[in-house]
Design a protein around this ligand. Structure first.
Ligand code: 3PG
Length: 389
């Protein structure tokens, strides 16, 4: 299955190794790191390179073009317990000098690659400049593998040698195993805001899963498509037919779709607001649904308890705003308690799992969001292709 080289195939001692990582972590408005799962996920690759005596140059994006990676260099320094030098550019003279001065096993983190206009356009000159910085290019960024950018795609073409890092290799192997041979029953929990962003993945999962638990605002679109009166709840008008299509695909593949039988509603989304928990056929016409209801959460918990494999991508409700966190908290508890092999993917679900304290209980946390959905859909990831093309 694996067509690319890995770190085990490389002679790393004394070589300058440029590693594409994904340090795109949630940040506060003050520039503090909220949650560092993605940083920790790369420690194995970085430590290995350091022990092998490579000169390590790390590059990543963070948000779009507005945030500096400097706080990440500080967090990395404390996680690795060794200094990580930060440089406020990602190409150019200053970077070349800094790399020249690097000693074996030391680490340099470049500034946000998206500060350069050529990153997202996969500009050839920028990709060549990046490639010229190193002897070996390593891609360890599964979470950005769906992006055809200069630092994920173009750079591979111009690098002398290239391979996958441990995280990328591990993500692909684990996800492939789970999707091709899941322990049954295979239960998928999905939610979040939109059907449209997960359409391809939902169709693929409707063919593979035994049960699909659908919550979040996404479930409003499914309920609306089935002519349920959902009051003023948000839904996607142009996804109603697609929702029915997914229901049909699921039924043709013996996949049971479980939509909410009750929901938590309020007039407005406000912290600690007065809310109701109506059955799905008695939603107040002036209300909006912001979470699955208590009964639905109980039904989900029973199904999760008896699963063989559980894949969770997307929260059950607006978990940042209590009381609409209850459905996601109940889901997290059920995922933490089940004996099934559990997998979580997507920034929101990882964040929710961390808030609910179940991270340590989950068998596998994928760093991927969009890339995970694309992988599930079976659409090739350009940054992976670039490693063997
Ligand atoms: C992600 O968070 O899914 C990856 O880091 C990719 O980020 P992007 O959606 O901004 O390209």
């Amino acid at each position: 299955m694996q067509k690319f080289k890995t770190l085990d195939d490389m002679n790393l001692g004394g070589k300058t190794v440029l590693v594409r990582v994904d340090f795109n972590v949630p940040m506060t408005s003050k520039g503090e790191i909220k949650e560092d799962t993605r940083i920790k996920a790369h420690l194995k690759t970085i430590t290995y390179l350091s022990k092998a005596g490579a000169k390590i140059v790390l590059m990543s994006h963070l948000g779009n073009a507005e945030q500096s990676l400097q706080p990440v260099a500080e967090r990395l320094t404390s996680l690795l317990k060794k200094p990580v030098t930060f440089i406020d550019e990602c190409v150019g003279k200053k970077v070349q000098v800094a790399i020249k001065e690097l000693s074996k096993s030391s680490i340099l983190l470049l500034e946000n690659t998206r500060f350069n206009a050529g990153e997202k356009t996969n500009d050839e000159a920028f990709a060549k400049e990046l490639a010229s910085l190193c002897d070996i290019y390593v891609n360890d960024a599964f979470a950005t593998a769906h992006r055809k950018h200069a630092s994920t795609y173009g750079v591979a073409k111009f690098s002398k040698e290239k391979c996958a890092g441990f995280l990328l290799e591990h993500e692909l192997k684990t996800l492939h195993e789970i999707l091709s041979n899941p322990q049954k029953p295979f239960v998928v929990i999905t939610g979040g805001a939109k059907v449209s962003t997960k359409l391809g993945a939902l169709k693929a999962l409707a063919k593979k899963a035994d049960t699909l638990l659908i919550g979040g605002a996404m479930s409003n679109t499914f309920l609306k498509a089935m002519n349920v009166e959902i009051g003023k709840s948000r839904f996607e008008e142009d996804m109603l037919d697609e929702a029915l299509n997914i229901i049909q695909i699921a039924s043709a593949h013996n996949c049971k779709i479980i939509l909410p039988s009750d929901v938590k509603t309020a007039v407005k989304l406000e912290r600690d607001t007065k809310c109701e928990n109506p059955g799905i056929n008695s939603i107040n016409p002036e209300h909006q649904a912001f979470d699955i209801g208590k009964n639905t959460a109980n039904v989900w918990a029973e199904i999760i308890k008896d699963a063989g494999t559980v894949l969770w991508n997307g929260p059950a409700g607006v978990f940042e705003v209590p009381p609409f966190d209850a459905g996601t908290r109940a889901t997290a508890k059920a995922v933490g308690d089940t004996k099934a092999f559990t997998v979580i993917g997507g920034g929101d679900s990882i964040h929710a799992a961390a808030l609910c304290g179940i991270t340590e209980k989950v068998d596998y946390i994928s760093t991927g969001g969009g890339s995970l959905l694309q992988f599930i859909e079976g659409v090739p990831l350009p940054a992976i292709e670039a490693l063997y093309k």
